[in-house]
Design a protein around this ligand. Structure first.
Ligand code: SF4
Ligand code: SF4
Length: 506
């Protein structure tokens, strides 16, 4: 057992309202500079849809992530010889048309809205290129193009998560846009087995020893761009001014001073939880090589129980301090992803082992199912289809985005892991309803999904009422290099404009 600590985040998709406050907060703090106009380290997509850049999930096209080759993993991109042959033209890199359509990245002349003279017509903020400043751009794609399923009737069918579903099912699901779609906030997954790091010939992309944050050393980056291709989530970007790659840094300067990442801090829905997980390095290869249907389970096994005395002992041997062990024991992400099995990795079949986890959305079955709430017995009776307003799991499929779709997104096709998360969420709703409405707690429903009343109370607390200090749990006193001079030095993968560390912030 070789233990590493990893900072990790979870997203409760049931609660994301797609407001993009996280996106704007991140943009203002990190990518509000020349060369970064088109970059959105945090973006929020509407699903079904093809996202940003277009079709980022389609690895036949972009060659991101890993593939199994017998008992080995290899980068989908290809061999070193293939990489070298593409030294001056990398055919698997998204271009501006994939991020922003036919034109340059654009913004709008917002000042026209404020400064226009009085007239009969409403003033208009015309689009303009952020590169040339010209106003001759026509807009046909952008970071939030499919917002609220706006383009689902055109692009929806190309969503690869419809894999293995027939035309009829896809058409029926796309009709859901009239009543149902969901949001997918995305940042770099700070993967445990990152494709970007393995593909980098310069050693510029690296994973921090102490907390697993994946960074790109701006001094060492030589602009090969293989990290862009090999990241299956397309979360590395090329800065066209500096000629370097950039990506989400998980706001490490903020974390080191005890503050959450800005996307987390600004989240209106409070959908995010943040904490430490311990994982076993010695089992990474085995887990990443698992068959598709076992990938989620195997990744869970790699996450270690921070209360286990053997794990604690090994962690100490690895130099992990008591405050990190304490943080791992209080980690909300550990509980959501491992203990309660509610949160799942995004596209585990890419085999990068993401450190971020998503609770799949349950909505809107209760409101669609009928006027009355389904009964405890019928909702979990898999054998007995319900009648009238009641709802069984079989019917759950008919009222929502199909399990198959969610399983393709969060379970490498394994419906069982998604089903378990959804059933547990449903059971908790029923349990809460029995307390609030019937005034008589009904733990039977929890038994059926393998949860105790204590679990249910803790889950409700974690997902609904938790204070910031329960949702954001990290040890605060840490730095990348212990001997760093706080007056003169910077984190070595930071950006030039960043303020030198101030002892006040530590
Ligand atoms: S999601 Fe982040 S860590 Fe994972 S491969 Fe992409 S850039 Fe690297
Ligand atoms: S701020 Fe929170 S609720 Fe709003 S889009 Fe971002 S993740 Fe979703």
């Amino acid at each position: 057992m070789k233990i590493k600590a990893q900072l990790s985040m979870s997203f409760n998709l049931e609660k994301c309202i797609g407001c993009n406050t996280c996106t704007v907060a991140c943009k203002n703090v990190w990518t509000n500079r020349k060369g970064t106009e088109y970059m959105w380290w945090n973006n929020v997509e509407t699903k079904p849809g093809i996202g940003y850049p277009k079709q980022w999930e389609k690895q036949d096209l972009w060659k991101g992530g890993w593939v199994k080759d017998g008992d080995k993993l290899k980068l989908r991109y290809g061999s070193k010889a293939y990489m070298l042959s593409n030294l001056f033209y990398n055919p698997h890199t998204p271009e501006m048309k994939d991020y922003y359509g036919k034109n340059d990245v654009y913004s709008f002349n917002y000042k026209d809205l404020h400064a226009s003279e009085s007239s009969k017509q409403q003033p208009v903020a015309r689009p303009k290129s952020m590169v040339t400043g010209k106003e001759d751009v026509s807009i046909d794609w952008g970071v939030n193009w499919e917002d609220n399923a706006g383009g689902a009737h055109i692009t929806g069918k190309q969503d690869i998560n419809f894999k293995d579903m027939n035309e009829g099912e896809i058409d029926a699901t796309l009709k859901f846009r009239d009543v149902f779609y969901f949001y997918l906030p995305r940042i770099c997954n700070h993967c445990v087995n990152p494709g970007c790091v393995s593909a980098c010939p310069s050693g510029a992309a690296y994973k921090r020893e102490e907390d697993g944050i994946v960074l790109i050393d701006q001094d060492r980056c030589r602009n090969w761009r293989y990290c862009i291709s090999s990241c299956p989530y397309k979360k590395v970007y090329y800065n066209w001014t500096s000629g370097k790659m950039e990506k989400c840094i998980l706001c490490y300067p903020r974390i080191e001073s005890g503050l959450p990442p800005v996307c987390f801090h600004s989240c209106v829905g409070k959908i995010r939880s943040f904490g430490v997980i311990f994982y076993d390095m010695d089992r990474i290869k085995e887990a990443a090589l698992a068959d598709d249907e076992n990938l989620v389970e195997e990744q869970r096994k790699v996450i270690l129980d921070p209360f286990d005395s053997k794990v604690i002992e090994e962690a100490k041997k690895e130099g992990i301090s008591d405050d990190w062990i304490d943080a791992a024991q209080r980690s909300p992400v550990y509980k959501l992803a491992k203990k309660w099995e509610l949160a799942l990795p995004l596209h585990p079949e890419f085999r990068t082992m993401p450190s971020l986890f998503y609770i799949p959305p349950l909505a809107p079955i209760l409101t669609s199912a009928g006027k009355n709430s389904p009964s405890t017995e019928d909702i979990f009776d898999m054998e007995k289809p319900s009648t009238g307003p009641l709802l069984s799991l079989d019917e759950l499929d008919k009222f929502r985005v199909p399990l198959k779709y969610l399983a393709n997104m969060f379970g490498a096709g394994n419906e069982e892991v998604v089903k378990k998360s959804l059933l547990r969420q449903l059971a908790i709703r029923h349990y809460q309803r029995s307390i609030r409405v019937d005034k008589k707690p009904d733990p039977k429903v929890l038994d059926k999904v393998g949860l105790s009343e204590k679990d249910a109370q803790e889950i409700v607390r974690a997902l609904s009422h938790a204070f910031l200090n329960e949702r954001f749990v990290v040890p605060t006193k840490k730095s990348e290099r212990e001997n760093i001079d706080p007056y003169t030095e910077r984190g070595f993968a930071g950006f030039d404009h960043m303020t030198p560390w101030s002892p006040m912030k530590r």
